[in-house]
Design a protein around this ligand. Structure first.
Ligand code: DAK
Length: 262
């Protein structure tokens, strides 16, 4: 594939002023994650993280498929040190380290690396026709981008191992029932719902949003006492922001707050 075509493996646009959206664009391979696609997703996450005008990121595969996993054609002959040299974990890390909220908007299959990509996001909006699974075991490997760890934390041991050991996918209503999907909507309403959620979050004070995400995620891996201390410190820190004064004053004045991220 030419460089220009590969460069378009992910399309990035700005559907609303404070929202940056990445759309996987490899329909011929069910949006399988090639190296250029992964690099583009990492660049996208870094942009969401650093650009002040952007408050939320949305990752989608478009209306028919989210992503069918890593590109098997690019992996079939790989040796361990070749995988090591590709440094794929660094690209995933860029997504995991994004300080602003990321929303996955999922239609169709989210399998393997595609399911792991959705699980890197903070909210998962799914159409009723979506399917989630970790089928790596069926091709002789296992998840390598956090699937064993993030899924077990999201849905618990027994449900996670059902997916991991059988490789069989679950439908979106089941994923919603298990707590993997946050918003289950009609297939046609996935992007509209993701944009609406993004809009709501974008109206909240950005520094509070970033601290909430950071503390909630870090705390999930800490003993409760450490998590509570982290929460207390961040909460106190927010009293040093103009947005705290604005938020509380606006409430008392019975007007809409004008949050500036300061
Ligand atoms: N890779 C490459 N091509 C794929 C693909 C994939 N994962 N999934 C689908 N395709 C391609 C098919 O080969 C086919 O191409 P042509 O034959 O037309 O050239 C085209 O997309 C349409 O697919 P199907 O004909 O199979 O379409 P169906 O509707 O019948 O089935 C399906 C859709 C999604 C159920 C099926 O395609 C499928 O089972 N796909 C494979 C799913 C899978 O096993 N995914 C897990 C891949 S392993 C790592 C981190 C993470 C990972 C690896 C490394 N590191 C940190 C090192 C992740 C690994 C994985 O995700």
């Amino acid at each position: 594939m030419s460089e220009a075509a590969e460069a378009a493996a992910v399309l990035v646009d700005r559907p609303e002023e404070p929202v940056l959206r990445a759309t996987l664009n490899r329909p011929e391979a069910m949006n399988a994650l090639s190296m250029p696609a992964r690099e583009a997703l990492a660049d996208f996450a870094r942009r969401v993280d650093t650009e002040t005008g952007i408050r939320v990121g949305i990752i989608t595969g478009g209306p028919t498929v989210f992503a069918a996993g890593a590109d098997i054609k690019a992996m079939v002959d790989a040796r361990p040190m070749a995988l090591h040299r590709r440094g794929i974990h660094r690209l995933w890390q860029a997504i995991a380290e994004c300080r602003k909220p990321l929303i996955a908007a999922v239609n169709g299959y989210a399998l393997g690396g595609g399911c792991e990509l959705a699980m890197h996001c903070d909210l998962i909006v799914a159409g009723t026709g979506a399917r989630f699974g970790l089928p790596e075991v069926k091709v002789g490997i296992m998840p390598g981008a956090g699937g064993t760890q993030r899924l077990i934390r999201a849905v618990g041991k027994h449900r996670a191992l059902r997916l991991l050991l059988t490789g069989e996918p679950i439908d979106a209503p089941t994923a919603a029932d298990w707590g993997l999907v946050t918003d289950l909507v009609h297939d046609d309403a996935v992007m509209e719902t993701a944009l609406s959620l993004a809009g709501t979050i974008a109206r909240r004070p950005p520094l509070a949003v970033e601290h909430i995400k950071e503390v909630a995620l870090a705390g999930a891996d800490l003993p409760l006492s450490a998590g509570l201390m982290l929460e207390r410190k961040s909460m106190h820190l927010l009293f040093d922001t103009a947005d705290q004064t604005e938020g509380m004053t606006a409430f008392l004045d019975k007007r809409r707050p004008d949050f500036r991220g300061e």
